[in-house]
Design a protein around this ligand. Structure first.
Ligand SMILES: [Zn+2]
Length: 236
């Protein structure tokens, strides 16, 4: 039996569209435009949901999937998530191209800057570089690393403090330094030297740093809570 997707498809449709082609207005990570996307396939399916005791059951909200084609660049965009009618979100989140959307474990300001950076990654790598540098500053702010007087107020010295405190392990220290240099080129040297392919590894490195500082500790805390572990962590 095919169930109707009518409730969700009335949301986010391109205004003024009178033909039978269904559209969604959304942000395309490939070209960076927020523009109409043609819905070429939609699907809805049930999944197993789990209660606090870990018992699985059917009957919870369905999962909605939409395959769209960006009408600006012709690239596919795939959305998937829990029935948006359940939480009033109107449209499921982006699933492809993969864009890391951070949750509340990452400070709001860091998330905000990162989201802006992602939007301009494909069409303005220089702006992306500047925003990643700004996001590193925001991480230092969040970790309470004040700007010291004089020369020591720069990002290099603030990241050194982050390293010396153990917030970032030595391997990641090299990563943060590379990201800082990337931002410096855009800010002080030759913005045209920043290319789109350069943003790809930078993006991966930035996510790795965020995962180490914020996401992994949050996941560990969740697991410890689920296992009812209230004793301190053992040192390896
Ligand atoms: Zn596009």
């Amino acid at each position: 039996m095919t169930r109707t997707l009518r409730p969700i498809l009335t949301c986010g449709m391109a205004k003024g569209n009178t033909n039978s082609v269904r559209r969604h207005v959304g942000h395309c990570p490939t070209c960076g435009n927020t523009a109409p996307q043609r819905i070429v396939y939609s699907h809805r399916h049930g999944i197993t949901w789990y209660d606090d005791q870990g018992r699985g059951a059917r009957g919870g909200p369905d999962i909605y999937s939409f395959l769209c084609i960006c009408e600006t660049c012709d690239a596919p965009v795939f959305y998937q998530g829990v029935d948006p009618n359940e939480d009033g979100s109107a449209w499921p989140p982006l699933a492809y191209p993969a864009v890391s959307e951070f949750g509340s474990e990452v400070p709001r300001n860091v998330r905000k800057i990162y989201d802006e950076a992602v939007k301009c990654k494909s069409h303005s790598p220089m702006a992306y570089a500047l925003l990643i540098r700004k996001a590193l500053e925001a991480i230092c702010d969040d970790r309470g690393i004040e700007k010291a007087a004089g020369k020591k107020s720069d990002l290099y010295h603030r990241l050194q403090v982050l390293l010396s405190r153990g917030d970032v392990p030595p391997l990641l220290a090299g990563m943060t330094d590379a990201l800082r240099e990337f931002g410096n080129i855009a800010a002080h040297e030759d913005p045209n030297a920043i290319t789109v392919p350069m943003t790809w590894p930078v993006h991966e490195l930035f996510i790795t740093i965020i995962e180490y500082i914020y996401i992994a500790p949050a996941r560990l805390a969740e697991l410890r809570q689920a296992l009812k572990l209230d004793r301190p962590l053992k040192k390896l």
